[in-house]
Design a protein around this ligand. Structure first.
Ligand code: AR6
Length: 198
């Protein structure tokens, strides 16, 4: 289709990096929040610390956010380093039940959690686009406290972000900000083996 970026072009717009997402210089960072939007541990705690207490005060007025959706806020203290927005999205908790284990081991089609995680990425990109964001960074949503299997989450993140980038010019660049080199290696391997799963 004319004007439709190819998959290869979309891949050029992706960056996989290791580090603390609060240290990046991007228009928007995504936060792996919980439904209260009132902070927590992991990347959520780091973002609230870096953005300062005004973020919590602001989020108290938002009425929370359902799993799979996202809400955008100012970046408060993080604006000093050029971050304009924080996109709070609530990833699914991976089920520690028999059904969850079976879904992972048998690589069954899509589970409810897969769909919710995909929605976190696509809804966050929609909000970023509405604000004209050029550069957006994501942590590996749900793969910490929420125990989503890392390789499964990487396929969902990469697959859905690449699909979105093929349909839109914005954001121009998406950064997957991993917290360890091992996590970044999972993303790189997932991207390199895309022909097996895309
Ligand atoms: N920068 C980038 N990535 C980070 C950072 C950071 N500063 N800190 C941690 N990570 P998690 P979840 C990585 O647990 O699984 C919170 O309490 C981390 O290594 O932060 O979606 C919320 O309030 C992992 O790869 O988020 C919720 O209650 C990834 O970020 C709950 O945790 C996500 O891990 C959400 O759990």
């Amino acid at each position: 289709m004319p004007g439709m970026p190819s998959l290869d072009e979309a891949i050029q717009r992706i960056e996989i990096t290791t580090g603390d997402i609060t240290q990046l210089r991007v228009d928007a960072i995504a936060n792996a929040a919980n439904e209260s939007l009132l902070g927590g541990g992991g990347v959520d705690g780091a973002i609230h610390r870096a953005a300062g207490p005004q973020l919590l005060e602001h989020n108290k007025t938002l009425g929370g956010c359902p799993t799979g959706l996202a809400k955008i806020t100012p970046a408060f203290d993080l604006e000093q380093q050029g971050i304009r927005h924080i996109i709070h999205t609530v990833g699914p908790v991976w089920p520690t039940t028999e059904a969850g284990r079976q879904a992972e081991s048998e690589k069954l089609g899509y589970t409810r959690e897969d769909v919710l995680l995909a929605s976190c990425y696509t809804r966050s990109l929609e909000l970023a686009r509405e604000q004209g964001c050029e550069h957006v960074a994501f942590p590996a949503i749900s793969t910490g406290v929420y125990h989503f299997p890392k390789d499964r989450a990487a396929k969902i993140a990469l697959g859905h972000v690449l699909g979105d980038l093929q349909q839109h010019d914005l954001p121009a660049r998406v950064i997957f900000c991993c917290f360890s080199d091992d996590d970044a290696a999972v993303y790189r391997e997932t991207l390199n083996t895309r022909h097996q799963w895309m």
